[in-house]
Design a binder for this molecule. Sequence first.
Ligand SMILES: Cc1cc2nc3c(=O)[nH]c(=O)nc-3n(C[C@H](O)[C@H](O)[C@H](O)COP(=O)(O)OP(=O)(O)OC[C@H]3O[C@@H](n4cnc5c(N)ncnc54)[C@H](O)[C@@H]3O)c2cc1C
Length: 412
Amino acid sequence: MSEIESPAYDVSVHESPAYDVSGPATAYLSALQPVLDEVIVPAAEDVDRDHLFPRQGVQALVDAGLGGLLIPREFGGPDAGLVVYAEVLARIAAACGSTSTVYMTNLHCAHPIVLGGRVDQQRRWVPALGSGQAFGATALTESEAGSDVASMRTYARRDGDSYVINGSKMFISNGDVADVLVLFATVDPALGRDGITAFLLDTAHLSGFGVGRPMDKLGQRGASTVPLSFDHCRVPADAVLGEVGRGWALLLQAVLRSRISAAAQGVGFATGAFETVVAYCAKHGLLTARNRAAQDLQFDLAALRAEISAARALLLHACAATDAVAAAGGADPTALLAEVKLHCTRVGVQVAARCLELLGGEADRLDVGLERRLRDAKITEIYDGTNQVQSMLIARDLRFSPTAMSALDTRP
Ligand SMILES: Cc1cc2nc3c(=O)[nH]c(=O)nc-3n(C[C@H](O)[C@H](O)[C@H](O)COP(=O)(O)OP(=O)(O)OC[C@H]3O[C@@H](n4cnc5c(N)ncnc54)[C@H](O)[C@@H]3O)c2cc1C
């Protein structure tokens, strides 16, 4: 059974709070800027070209107090909220896609631990993930279980006080550097999603655990993506995260939030590409020239800026709405997050592609950095639930509430 077929959530967004990127957000963005200028931007081209894991950039973010933006205060984080997180992540992505993916993957790993972990599991790993003392990864996907993730076959068989895990996972971000792994496996393949169980694994103490070769990727080439294998990998029974057989709910909660990250990256890649073209045009006097060709270019840039602004507004609206619904004890707004993921990642690819066209052959040079944004952007349409899956989730919402415009919904 796929995510599409799972029972509907309450997708109404009861409040439509205004997002606010002033106040406390300004402090985070001010802390971010020197890290971008001094560490992340100067390294971005090398990170991409030479497949360099961006450890230094991630550490600089941590040192600036930005490592665990979504980590609750009780675990040492600032609990800064999704609006701040999305703004920060978009700016990191605009500078370096690889760094943005490593950074967000750590927070994706922390999220299910916060939601479903025992206190000892939370204390052991959540502060470490936020403070840069540990890298984390989340392993769902298998070769025959991508979009249809509920058909996963990695099997955790109970054996006395342990589970013995056999199977393999594919495309796992941070998988080769992870100190901690949130693994989703089934305790009984016959049970479908009711057998899915989450495990929290300390990779330093795993036998029968293998890490394959990092993928040679189209984009985000400094962020490693690897296959993982489990061959009679014995873990203590208390490695279960949450309840046995309740991993599916945790998985859905985890992937919903990760869609905000993909969307923020989309806005970031569009912004990075756009700013690169604008800087190039400014340098060559094309923003002030009055001839018809220059005006065509200026109008193209105006339209692109409007598209990015609209995508960013939708993203921040969804972040504010998701935080408000969560604060009221409600479930994350599935359809709204699907719209945001679909739209913002599409804008990322389309704007980066158009920016590349605007500069002609010049844009294909590696040192200009435009082709990097386009390469980095493409995978955001695929991971964290493909955009076809997002379309299905929105279509399902249409069936339940044909007249609702979830993104704009201000029903009381
Ligand atoms: C760089 C990278 C990093 C990743 N990081 C992680 C990670 O950290 N952890 C993790 O668990 N996974 C990760 N993934 C996996 C990613 O989430 C999956 O690739 C994604 O969910 C799609 O699954 P799939 O590749 O098996 O494609 P498939 O599910 O096989 O889809 C192939 C195509 O068919 C379409 N399709 C599938 N089902 C339907 C349907 N019912 N109707 C219509 N169209 C359909 C899809 O939209 C897609 O276009 C990563 C992948 C990449 C490439």
